[in-house]
Design a protein around this ligand. Structure first.
Ligand code: KIV
Length: 294
């Protein structure tokens, strides 16, 4: 594939603060987002947007609001199942969540995350897992972590007709191997990161997530690749942005990563609602006559 230089982004269509829906938004974009729209977006310099989702209601809301893709991430380990890391998450746990998200959307591309232990043994295991997500959960694509080390797995899945999103930089499933939540690709490690990105592209992935990578390195990767880069803490010079929905909407308790902008305070809204409900029940204000049957 020829190497492409990403065009300069148009600020009038890429700024979320401007309130302008970008051309791939629900109003004017494709009826259903396909992997080819990711490629078109890169060529046209149109930013791609993604959020995680783990259930039918959030998937419906995000889809109707015009998100391009939903990732049923193994971050469900932290945000649904209450684990400390993503490591314990299983395919059996993610399949029902993916099915709920896939059923809810009419436009967004649904990407299922392949959990730790479900693809590392080799291409056969990786393909078997990907097939489960496509067949049992009706995912539209799968995501797996690793660059050069996952080349064979990505290639095998893609050769079976299943679209793959790569994931390099900080890869949470390797957090113990990486020594914690550490920014990847700094200094000399930038070359290794670029090699990983090229490996993911060479294996046939349609896009690659860059997580917690210096903005300058993410810009270099984006320039080198012909497939779109999706940043999670990778600065502005990438082809798309992805956030974990519980972080971006203010549901997460405690510290969120520095790269997250919080667009809502859902936790405070719900806390207030619960406090008013319990107070109303305690004082006898609820239920009122209009909430009671004759
Ligand atoms: O599981 C997840 O939410 C992810 C993103 C952080 C990239 O893999």
């Amino acid at each position: 594939m020829p190497e492409l230089t990403a065009p300069e982004p148009d600020p009038t269509v890429s700024s979320p603060d401007a309130g302008v829906r970008h051309p791939y938004g629900a109003a004017v974009g494709p009826k259903r987002v396909r992997t080819r729209h990711f490629q078109n977006a890169k060529l046209q310099g149109v930013p791609i947007t993604g959020l995680t989702s783990y259930d039918m209601l959030t998937a419906q809301i995000f889809d109707e609001a015009g998100i391009d893709f939903l990732l049923v991430g193994d971050s469900a380990g932290n945000n649904v199942f209450g684990y400390e890391t993503t490591l314990p998450v299983t395919v059996d746990e993610l399949i029902p969540l993916t099915r709920a998200v896939a059923r809810a959307v009419s436009r967004a591309l649904v990407v299922a995350d392949m959990p730790f232990g479900s693809y590392e043994s080799g291409p056969d295991q990786a393909l078997a897992t990907a097939v489960r997500f496509m067949k049992e959960a009706q995912a539209h694509a799968v995501k797996l972590e690793g660059g050069q080390r996952s080349h064979k797995q990505i290639k095998r899945i893609v050769s079976a007709g299943i679209p793959v999103m790569g994931h390099i930089g900080f890869t949470p499933q390797s957090e113990h191997g990486l020594g914690g939540h550490i920014i990847q690709g700094r200094g000399d490690a930038a070359e290794e990161l670029i090699a990983d990105a090229l490996a993911v592209q060479d294996a046939g992935a349609f896009a690659v997530v860059l997580e917690m990578v210096p903005a300058t390195v993410a810009a270099r990767v984006t320039e080198r690749l012909s497939i779109p880069t999706i940043g999670v803490g990778a600065g502005p010079s990438v082809d798309g942005q992805l956030l974990v929905w519980t972080d971006f909407a203010g549901m997460t308790s405690g510290r969120v990563p520095r790269f997250v902008r919080q667009y809502a305070d859902v936790r405070a809204v719900l806390t207030d609602a619960v406090q008013r409900f319990t107070a109303d029940v305690a004082s006898g204000v609820y239920p009122a006559p209009e909430h009671s049957y004759e």
